[in-house]
Design a protein around this ligand. Structure first.
Ligand code: SAM
Length: 231
């Protein structure tokens, strides 16, 4: 009888391991770059380290996945720059079990980051193709987010109130309906300005009637289109 002992992994498996190692190294470099740009929340950095951003874009762009840059997805939209995702997430002060609403699901990457941090995630997208794609991908990767196709400028009242709401497209003004869907102590993070440049605004609901607004860095987002957005 002949016994065959396999001392090496099959070539396909080695290839897959090298491929994953390569992405993991690039993710480390990305995380260090984002840390140097001022993100200090370790939970956010660990989520950026863990979520495979290259799976949230066309395979032709994979090699750019761990550069700190926004990249095109379908429907003329973008997956946000990792630093922007990290900055918005840090501003939300996410804790395990925080109930977070995202407006602008896009690729699903920001939703995956929030899920990885243990948030209960709700997300609204206006393009059906992106909504379907993100729904399938998040479920395949085991991220449990509840997604909806629709106009997020009016929020998602069925699940309100939220600990945090993050808008990942540029709004002309702070959308009123969204601040009304915050818990007391909850925060809305939204880029507001022209279609060319927006300032990041954080609105904190201090009581039933009072809100505090903080004005932060400038960013550039695709426009928030809808009833309470750019029309
Ligand atoms: N968070 C996304 C990600 O991780 O890929 C980034 C998405 S991109 C910068 C902004 C998204 O907002 C686009 O997918 C766009 O279609 C969506 N959007 C714009 N206006 C919207 C609205 N009123 N309701 C829902 N989604 C909207």
């Amino acid at each position: 009888m002949i016994y065959l002992f396999l001392t090496h992994d099959p070539p396909g498996l080695n290839h897959e391991r090298n491929y994953q190692r390569k992405f993991s190294q690039r993710r480390n470099e990305l995380v260090e770059g984002i840390r140097e740009k001022g993100i200090g929340d370790e939970q956010v950095l660990m989520a950026i380290q863990a979520v495979p951003r290259h799976l949230f874009m066309d395979t032709a762009l994979e090699r750019k996945a761990y550069e700190d840059t926004a990249l095109p997805i379908s429907c003329g939209q973008t997956i946000s720059q990792p630093f922007t995702v990290a900055a918005q997430t840090e501003l939300l002060e996410v804790k395990k079990g925080s109930k977070i609403l995202e407006i602008g699901t896009g690729s699903g990457y920001q939703a995956a980051i929030l899920c990885h941090m243990g948030a209960e995630v709700y997300s609204v997208e206006r393009h059906e193709f992106l909504y379907q794609n993100a729904k399938k991908l998040l479920s395949t990767l085991g991220y449990r987010a509840t997604l909806k196709l629709g106009d997020g400028t009016v929020g998602w009242s069925a699940y309100a109130p939220y600990d945090g709401i993050v808008v990942t497209a540029g709004a002309p003004v702070v959308p009123e309906d969204l601040i009304g869907q915050l818990k007391i102590g909850g925060m809305l993070v939204v880029p507001v300005g022209s279609q060319k440049s927006q300032q990041m605004i954080r609105v904190i609901r201090e009581s039933e009637e009072s809100f505090r607004e903080e004005k932060l860095q400038n960013f550039k987002f695709v426009p928030l289109i809808g009833e309470k957005g750019w029309g």
